[in-house]
Each structure stands twice: as structure tokens, then as C-alpha cells.
Design a protein around this ligand. Sequence first.
Ligand SMILES: [Zn+2]
Length: 215
Amino acid sequence: MDKVITVITTPLYEAGLHQKTMYIALRDNATDAASELRPLQPVPSDNAKGDVDFYQEAEDKLDRLWRTKLGRYLYDYVVKEDLKKEGIRLPYSPDEIMLVSLPKHYTLWVHKKGNAADPRQDAYLHGSRFVNKFRSPAEFCHHLKWLLHGQPTKANGKPACDCRYCDGSRSQAEISQGFGAYHKRDHHGGGRSRGGGRTRAQESPIVVYKDYRKW
Ligand SMILES: [Zn+2]
């Protein structure tokens, strides 16, 4: 395999290109998790009705899906800005963006609840010292951006982060609305959005997720 060519290094991350894929590797300090904060109930427990209620560590495929979505977000809202600041021009725009791993000490879990044969399954990202858990890449991406801005704090010591948990003044719907059609596709994975949001002439983020189900 050819080498990944580094295009930018900062105190918090490094990004490189391999063919049309960009890899974003976070440094160990790009985290607000001090140790692995895990869900309280990691063991399956059947009750009399045969219902389950437990957390299972996410499989690679789901982890990768989150990292692809977060990678795209970071590219659009952090890496591009940094490249511009440094006067770096990429030889071509990446088709896929991959966060190499979640921030240090963050772990992704699936909460399984209900009938043991077919329980409800919800993904949760655990680890932050400030936020109990994030329920989707869309919820976490703002907090991730805050991590990559060096975790600035307000006068009261609270994170100056605009994610729905740190900020608290806006709902996730309002936050996501700021990105137009960007996050709506999170739940579907296919199909084109109906032209909502801003037009991004050259680099529609829509293209990037198209193959994730094959991974
Ligand atoms: Zn936050």
C-alpha cells in the first residue's frame, strides 16, 4: 500500500491523504476524557419476561460509520479552515474522510433493550467528562470541534462549546438546521437531499457517505 501523505500537522491532529481518502488522526491531547467512562450496565440481564437491558461495545462497522461522519464534519469545519490558514492547497479534494480513531478514552456502545430476540438498539458515545453520552455523530460533532479548538472555557469554567449538552440553549434540531441538509442524511444513508440548505458547489458532502453500508 502506498504511504499516506501528510498534508497538515497541528498540536491536536494530523491529516494525510492516501489516494482519494483523507485520514485524520487525533493526538492524545485532543480529548476531554480522563479515563474510560463506561456505561453502568455492561452485562446482559434477563428478567422474567425474557427482556434484556444492557450495553454492548459497538462493532467495528458502527464505529467506522461514526468515524466517517465525524471525519467529514471535521474536514468541512476544522481541517479546511486550518489548511486555508496555513496556505496549503490539496492536490485534489478527498472523496472519503476517515477519523482514524475516536478521541482517546471515548468508546461507542450499543444499548440493547427489550425482547431478547429483537431488542431495541441505540448507539451511545461515552467518555466525555462534561457530557454523559452522545446519541449520534450529529450530536457529538460540535463537541469534537470544540476539542479540536483546544477546549476553550467560559468565564465560569464551563466548556465554551456549542453542542446541545454544553450549550443547552438550543435543541439538536436547531443546531442541525444550521447545517441545512447535512445531517438529515445521517438517518438514511441513501438518496439525495431535496436541495435544502446551502449549496456547496464543488464538494457536496452528500457524496461521501454513499458506500458506508458496504463496509
Ligand atoms: Zn460540548
